[in-house]
Every structure is written in C-alpha cells, then in structure tokens.
Design a protein around this ligand. Structure first.
Ligand SMILES: Cc1ncc(C[n+]2csc(CCOP(=O)(O)OP(=O)(O)O)c2C)c(N)n1
Ligand SMILES: [Mg+2]
Length: 438
C-alpha cells in the first residue's frame, strides 16, 4: 500500500473541498480513503462564501471531508482491547462487543479529536471571560468521549442532531476550530457568519444546535423519517440530556419512532445534572436506557471512547435493520451548566475533582494508548502541541476578524426563498437576500 505525504494529503483535502465535479470527486474520495488525516487537515475552514455556495438551492454541493477517513496502513499495529466496563441491556438478549480493536491510526484520531474539543472549549471559556463571547455558551468539557466515539462509526449517510452543547460536534462534523470560535465572537468567518452564536452551528448531516430542551428529539425523529422516505439508508442519532429525558415530547417521539420503525438512535447523554438539578431529584427512574418502554436500550460508559464507539456501531446497525433503540451514555460535565453558572452550588468541588481524577476520558485513553504501545509519550505530546497551534490560530482570527456588514443581518433566512419579501416585518420593507461577504 502506498503512503501519501502529509503535504499531498493537505492538498487533496483542499481540492476535495473545492471540487464539485462528481467524477473527479469520486476519484479523490478513493484517494482520500488512503490518507491518514492530521489535526490540521481535519475540518477545514470554509469561507462564508463557500458556505453560501454549499446551500444554494437547498442542495449541498460540496462534500465535507469525513473525519472518519483514515489510512489503515499495512502492518499497522492493532490492539485488542477489553472494555473496562460492560454494557447493561434492556430488552436485548445480546449487546455490543466488549472486546474491540484499536489501530494506531484510530488511536491518533480519537486522541486528537478529544484534545481538540477540549482545547476549543477552553478557548471559548477564555474568550467568554474576556467578554468577547456574548449570550449563552454551554461547554462540552468532560463529555468528549461521547461525541468522538459516536462520530467514529457514523457513515456518510448518517446524521446527528443535538441540543446546545455542540461546539465539539460542529468541529467533528467538518467545521474548523476557526469556524466555531469566530462564530462565538460574532465574526464574519464564523460558521453562521457570526449571526448564530453558540447554539446555532450546522454542517452537512449535522442539524445543530437547538435551544429548546427536548425539541431536538422530535426533530431527530423527523430527520429519521426523511431518511426512511428517501431510502438513503441513513440513521439519525438524536442526542438529549438527562434533564430533557423527562420531557413529554421525548416519549411522543419514542412512540412514533416505534410505530413507524424509524432508523433512529435516541442517545441520552446522562451527565448527572439538568442545570442545577441532579438526575435523582428530577427523575423517578434514572435508568435512562430503560425509559423507551418497548424500545431496547443499552447503558454505556460514556467516559470510554471505545465503549461509545462499540455501542454506537451496534446501535446504528440495529436501527437500520430492526428499528429504534436507546443508548444511555453515562458521562459528566466538568463546568457549570453554562458559562454563567459556576457549577458549584448544587455539587461539591470534590465530586468534580474525583471524576476528573478517576474517569477523565482523555487521560484514560492516553493511558490506554501508552499501555498498548500505540503511541509514545513524545508522539502524544506532539499531537497536543499541534492541536494547541490549531486552536491558537483560530483564536487569533476569532478576535481580529470583522463583523458582517449590517445589511446582511436579515440575509440567509431560507435556503430557498419562495417569495421576495420577508414576512411579518413591520415598518420595514425587507427583501430576502443572500450574504455575499467578500
Ligand atoms: C423547553 C425548555 N425548558 C426549559 C429550558 C431551560 N433549560 C435549558 S437547559 C436545561 C437543562 C437541560 O438539562 P439536560 O437535558 O440534562 O442537558 P445538559 O445541560 O445537562 O446537557 C433547561 C431546563 C429550555 N431551554 N427549554
Ligand atoms: Mg444533563
């Protein structure tokens, strides 16, 4: 098997992003399958104009690079790993594999992605404290293994929808660190041109970014219905929290999904708290994986990226062939509910420290990579440094880039406008427009 140099793979990534021609695209996709991405190459910044082109006429014309694309090198070292904690099953006689494989390339990718999410969130925290980020800002710090584990086995036809802790997801689904951070600071090169902010980030197959607790679960059922209707084989991962799990519309979605046999995986990220309320205070049954009634469910150690990956792989296959099911990912958020909550009045500092010390997903995975000889200390430090540079560069742009010109504030309301004027705007005669910032 041939090896492509880092330089060649970067160019291939850029070309793939910019190409629309399907024949060339197919060729390059084959080429990309042999490329092992480095962090710098993963999600590439998209200029706002490119984002605009992407959604022209409601059709996504430029394929995002799939971060799963990796080089399975010949003779690559592969570890066989037994998961530290098993799964708990509801209405299933057998569950996901507890003995899993981990190649060197996968180890690098998962470690890098988890580190990148943590660094992006740390940068968001700093920018918020400097008052460069305004409004709500919910961080994913502590929950990185959930997103990276799920993303690892999503296929190009699968989709994901979540609530408001989505900076990491936006990154994994193809946006750059700059696209995320510049969005937070309201700049032109943000992924929604600075008009969406923390909760409104989208990418192909990534439906955001939703601030109404629980609503994303019903929307996710709709996404799954669309996949079924189009017969594209896609499965939707609909993510919600332990707090959202008590919402009526979540159960309504379970019901309709079961009746219609929708290709959907309901994923409860149980981080133990809904704002300042602990799961025990809010739910009469905290075994969230059992709460789909007739729907099967699996409890998963959400601080173990390999456990999440194994469960998601099983769940996607199950949802596609046998219908909806639930996953409960047992995880933890280190920070407060949002950046305006110190997160210490309803739980002790010791509790947070203890989780960090014993269960931190990145530390655990780091240890595993070292134990199995998949990476050396120096190699991991190299990745840390690379990720740091990537995020530092993104922060520079997030601080210095311009804001979108005022006349674009009401642009881009719909992907496809069917009438020329914006409805229900009184006192102004506003036409639908597209932002074409230069
Ligand atoms: C319908 C609705 N009710 C209440 C809120 C206020 N709210 C925002 S987040 C949240 C807690 C949700 O907790 P959980 O689902 O566990 O998610 P987590 O924040 O832990 O990720 C609440 C009550 C809201 N945004 N929408
Ligand atoms: Mg919660």
């Amino acid at each position: 098997m041939f090896k492509i140099t880092a330089k060649a793979s970067v160019s291939a990534g850029i070309i793939l992003h910019n190409l629309i021609d399907p024949t060339k695209n197919a060729l390059l996709t084959r080429l990309m399958r042999r490329v092992h991405f480095t962090a710098a190459e993963l999600p590439r910044p998209l200029a706002p104009s490119a984002l605009h082109d992407r959604y022209e006429n409601g059709v996504i014309t430029v394929a995002g690079v799939h971060p799963n694309v990796g080089l399975e090198q010949e003779q690559e070292q592969t570890a066989r790993v037994r998961l530290q904690r098993g799964f708990k099953l509801h209405r299933l006689s057998e569950g996901p594999d507890t003995m899993v494989s981990l190649t060197q390339a996968e180890a690098v990718r998962y470690y890098r992605q988890m580190k990148a999410i943590r660094q992006i969130e740390a940068a968001a925290n700093r920018l918020y404290k400097e008052r460069m980020v305004r409004g709500f800002c919910h961080l994913y710090t502590g929950q990185e293994a959930c997103a990276v584990g799920m993303r690892a086995v999503m296929r190009p036809e699968d989709s994901i929808i979540s609530a408001y802790r989505v900076h990491g997801w936006a990154y994994l689904m193809g946006l750059s660190a700059q696209g995320v951070l510049a969005e937070l600071t309201g700049r032109r090169s943000g992924c929604s041109c600075g008009k969406g902010g923390s909760m409104h980030m989208y990418a192909p197959n990534f439906y955001g970014g939703n601030g109404i607790v629980g609503a994303q679960v019903s929307l996710g059922a709709g996404v799954a219905l669309a996949s079924k209707y189009r017969q594209n084989g896609g499965v939707c991962l609909a993510l919600y929290g332990d707090g959202a799990a008590n919402q009526g519309q979540v159960f309504e979605s379970f019901n309709m999904a079961a009746l219609w046999q929708l290709p959907i995986v309901f994923v409860c990220e149980n981080n133990n708290y809904g704002m300042g309320t602990s799961a025990e205070r809010a739910a009469c049954n905290t075994r969230y994986y059992t709460r789909g009634d007739v729907l099967p469910g699996i409890w998963v150690d959400g601080m173990d990226v390999l456990a999440v990956r194994s469960a998601t792989e099983y769940a996607i296959e199950f949802a596609q062939n046998r219908g909806p099911l639930l996953l409960e990912l047992c995880t933890y958020r280190y920070g407060g509910h949002s950046l305006s909550d110190p997160g210490t009045s309803y739980r002790s500092r010791e509790e947070v420290k203890e989780v960090r010390r014993k269960s931190d997903a990145i530390n655990r995975f780091r240890e595993l990579c070292l134990d199995y000889g998949l990476q050396s200390q120096e190699q991991l430090e190299e990745i840390d440094a690379e990720v740091q540079t990537e995020v530092q560069n993104a922060v520079k742009v997030a601080r210095s880039d311009e804001e979108l010109a005022p006349q674009y504030l009401w642009a881009d309301v719909y992907a496809q406008n069917i009438e020329p004027r914006l409805r229900s705007v009184y006192g102004y005669d506003l036409m639908h427009a597209r932002s074409k910032p230069t």
